[in-house]
Design a protein around this ligand. Structure first.
Ligand SMILES: [Zn+2]
Length: 232
């Protein structure tokens, strides 16, 4: 096998390695929770906090209603116990009972309105939780497939690196150095095919001297882009 062919084959292996590494990077990135899921989680957390705040307020109100009711019960007990004989005191008690009744009714109206607010917020939270569950489900399914792909990629990459390790021993050390240097300059593409008198790296027509040398089996470089040429 000519050195040009050895380096050309090395280039194909390196192309494959580069592509696999790139995909592996993507696969690792894709396994992070997507922004849409994180945003849905935030919305659900905010909806939950909002609901809890309303529920706490409702609980306070319920306690206040119970306290007013208890006060009314005690006043009523006194009123009908027969122990209070003073008419002024009886009138005061009656007035107090009425006031407590009005207060209780007002608080109960507030509590009812609050319950409606709470129901509405429960609905908002349920929608937000559903969205989290659905997005998390999609993500879990996708993650499973991605983990599988990651494993396949890692195994394939490993075998490619082994293949490269074996193949690279076929190249002359000086040419390998040249390959690495051009590769760094040319975005990883050190070897170009030579076809129909053209360099497939830069698409320019080569001089007859270069083509002749290549035909004689010599290792030649493109005069334009500097890549190693391999007749294909
Ligand atoms: Zn070229």
């Amino acid at each position: 096998m000519s050195q040009a062919q050895v380096l050309y084959d090395l280039q194909q292996i390196d192309n494959e390695i580069r592509a696999e590494k790139q995909r592996l990077g993507e696969v690792l990135r894709l396994q992070k929770e997507p922004a849409a899921l994180l945003a849905a989680r935030e919305r659900a957390a905010a909806a939950r906090a909002d609901l809890q705040q309303w529920q706490a307020q409702h609980k306070d109100l319920t306690l206040e209603i119970a306290s007013v009711a208890e006060k009314a019960r005690r006043s009523e007990e006194r009123l009908y116990s027969g122990s209070v004989k003073n008419p002024k005191e009886l009138t005061d008690l009656q007035n107090e009972l009425e006031a407590l009744g009005r207060r209780r009714a007002a608080l109960e109206d507030d509590a009812l309105l609050m319950m409606m607010e709470i129901d509405e917020r429960k609905g908002i939270l349920a929608v937000a939780d559903d969205e989290v569950a659905s997005r998390a489900g999609e993500f879990t399914d996708a993650s499973a497939a991605l983990r599988q792909e990651q494993q396949t990629l890692a195994l394939h990459l490993n075998s490619l690196l082994e293949k490269r390790g074996r193949h690279v021993t076929l190249a002359e050390p000086a040419l390998l150095k040249s390959y690495d240097a051009i590769s760094r300059q040319k975005n990883g593409l050190a070897v170009a095919g030579l076809q129909a008198n053209k360099c497939l790296g830069c698409r320019l027509t080569l001089s007859s001297a270069v083509i002749r040398a290549a035909d004689q089996g010599k290792l030649v470089y493109c005069e334009n882009c500097g890549r190693i040429l391999c007749p294909i």
